[in-house]
Write a protein that binds this ligand. Structure first.
Ligand code: CMC
Length: 428
């Protein structure tokens, strides 16, 4: 019996309030605290550890059980049986496409892959050695200068076209960022390729030579894209929703998501994993490094998760992909990979990690795969951003269509000075 349940909050001054309990289709129930205002109080929950900021029908995570579903489909099934554009359609529209829908959707996405020629000139304003994420924040944000006038966010058709533009153009901008950084000429998209093949082509081809994508590596990158496509209300997605709640341009909102993703506690973790492995340098130093982690001198990057207190289901798929890619490229004896395996094994047996429920997350393995694909570590978070664009756009679209939408405006517990009078400079 789940209907009409309430939680009763008793105050120390004798007042009380009944707060409705809400249930979703899966997962924890939530207490609807919106009525608390009648008591003149707010809740205090820094970092939103116990707060559901919205209702959503897109992605479900059960962190204790290690489950991740997109629109009800387990991530393992999608990673094995689906492809990235099909997953994009699913996230955006709620259902897997039929054959006609799939071909129309792919056609539309691939038709928008080129960027305005003027946009290419933005790159010249950046230093060649700028971090690629800094360039991404700027250039993706700049898309808002190209498509602002034609965008009525209250029109579903306008939102759809913005979603398609982002999905199509972010990989092109990401590949241009890489080319700019390395000094090679930009490669125009080739729409006869699949979405992932085209991305690899724009990244790795040069005008001087033919490029034939290796299908095993294409499949590995496709999996990385699928696994990273959405992850419910994480820091970057919440940032996109928060920015979007004011009615801001979606290209600017996605740029704010890219900024939030950049940090090492979020999307920057796979880059941080590689940096950590390079710093450790040799398998013989792993044990010492782990002592430092347990003394809290540094964190073991690629381990732990705010929500997963069990193995990250994406990590299982990525671990298997990691083996496949290294075998294909004959890199099984790669010293960095051997070091990663040693770290993983020590951590999985160590009490420090067991009692804190710290398991490898997807980024522990994705960095190794991306490195094997020939992608430099400062581009790893960019790849994550390419994959997550569809999640950001789908969540933004869901938020704008939500009848409960309001501008997001958290409150605070103020701990600063109480009222005081201004002191003239001469008296301070
Ligand atoms: N290495 C060592 N100790 C850790 C780690 C770690 N990676 N993560 C958490 N802990 C310890 C932490 O010191 C604390 O110990 P104690 O209880 O003794 O103070 C305890 O575990 C709980 O940590 P927390 O900071 O309260 O956990 P959180 O939920 O706020 O942090 C996290 C989650 C992902 C930020 C954190 O685990 C972390 O920094 N991990 C490394 C970075 C990383 O791999 N991030 C990628 C996340 S997956 C990609 C994505 O979805 O964005």
């Amino acid at each position: 019996m789940k209907e009409n349940r309430v939680a009763t909050l008793m105050m120390d001054d004798g007042r009380s309030i009944e707060l409705p309990i809400m249930s979703g289709t899966m997962g924890s129930d939530v207490i609807d605290i919106r009525g608390l205002g009648t008591l003149g109080m707010f809740t205090y929950d820094p970092a939103f550890v116990s707060t559901a900021s919205c209702s959503s029908s897109i992605t479900f995570i059960d962190g204790e059980a290690g489950l991740l579903y997109y629109r009800g489909y387990p991530i393992e099934q999608l990673a094995e049986k689906s492809d990235f554009l099909e997953v994009c359609f699913l996230l955006l529209h709620g259902e897997l496409p039929n054959a006609k829908q799939k071909s129309e959707f792919s056609g539309k996405v691939m038709k928008h892959t080129m960027v305005h020629d003027q946009l290419a000139r933005f790159f010249n304003g950046f230093r060649r050695d700028a971090h690629p994420m800094a360039v991404m924040v700027g250039v993706v944000g700049a898309l808002s200068a190209f498509y602002h006038d034609s965008l009525d966010i209250n029109s579903p058709e306008n939102r759809e076209i913005s979603a398609l533009r982002l999905l199509s153009k972010v990989p092109t901008i990401a590949a241009m960022t890489y080319k700019y950084y390395t000094g090679f000429p930009f490669m125009f998209p080739k729409n006869e390729f699949s979405y992932v093949e085209n991305f690899m082509y724009m990244m790795f081809a040069t005008p001087a030579e033919d490029y034939v994508p290796n299908q095993k590596l294409v499949r590995a990158l496709e999996r990385i894209f699928i696994l990273h496509a959405d992850h419910e209300q994480n820091a970057s997605t919440s940032t996109v929703r928060l920015a979007g709640s004011s009615g801001a341009n979606p290209f600017a909102c996605v740029s704010s998501g890219i900024a939030a993703l950049w940090g090492p506690a979020h999307g920057g973790a796979n880059e941080a994993v590689l940096k950590m492995l390079e710093e450790i340098g040799d398998v013989s130093r792993v044990a010492d490094f782990m002592d430092g982690v347990k003394d809290k001198k540094f964190r073991l990057m690629g381990f732990g998760h705010r929500v997963y207190k069990n193995m990250d289901p994406r990590a299982k798929v990525m671990r298997a992909t990691c083996y496949e890619v290294l075998e294909e490229l004959k890199l099984e004896k790669d010293p960095l990979f051997l070091m990663a395996l040693e770290l993983e094994q020590i951590a999985l047996r160590d009490e420090y990690f067991i009692e804190r429920k710290l398991y490898p997350n997807v980024d522990f393995y994705s960095g190794i795969v991306l490195r094997a694909l020939g992608i430099p570590s400062n581009m790893f978070t960019v790849i994550f951003a390419v994959a997550r664009t569809i999640g950001w756009v789908s969540q933004w679209n869901e938020m704008i269509s939500d009848s409960e939408r309001k501008i997001a405006r958290p409150r605070q517990l103020y701990k600063g000075a109480t009222q005081r009078n201004f002191v003239p400079l001469a008296n301070r």
